[in-house]
Ligand binder design. Structure first.
Ligand code: ZN
Length: 122
């Protein structure tokens, strides 16, 4: 969710941490939450498609989680899509800042490569 800070006097949009309005010099602030980006934040989703004899062939995860980056105080939204029907199986991961919606991490690879890179990291 994005918090919009406006000057309580003239309505000028202020950046976070700004003490007085650069336009009119007022220190009055009006905190409001923008409705536009508040919709997708709270819903977590996990979906699996299974096929008899093949197990899970398609997996989708959309979840909110804490970020390892302390700057991202609102956490991040992680979207993972695993497609085992493709040859080879694919791994798609997009991580966005839950506050601004900016992409902080993106990985589009095969499932095999993803698992191997994870091994190297540990
Ligand atoms: Zn002002």
């Amino acid at each position: 969710m994005t918090t919009v800070i406006k000057c309580g006097n003239c309505g000028e949009i202020l950046y976070e941490g700004v003490r007085v309005c650069p336009k009119c010099g007022s220190s009055k602030k009006d905190y409001s939450v923008s409705a536009k980006s508040g919709i997708s934040v709270s819903t977590d989703m996990k979906m699996k498609h299974k096929r008899v004899g093949k197990g899970t062939i398609h997996e989708e995860v959309n979840r909110h989680k804490k970020s390892a980056d302390s700057k991202l105080t609102k956490g991040v939204r992680e979207i993972i899509t695993i497609d085992r029907e493709k040859k080879p199986s694919t791994w798609d991961q997009t991580v966005t800042d839950a506050e601004s919606g900016e992409i902080t991490h993106e990985e589009h690879t095969t499932l095999k490569e993803h698992n191997e890179s994870k091994k190297h990291r540990n």
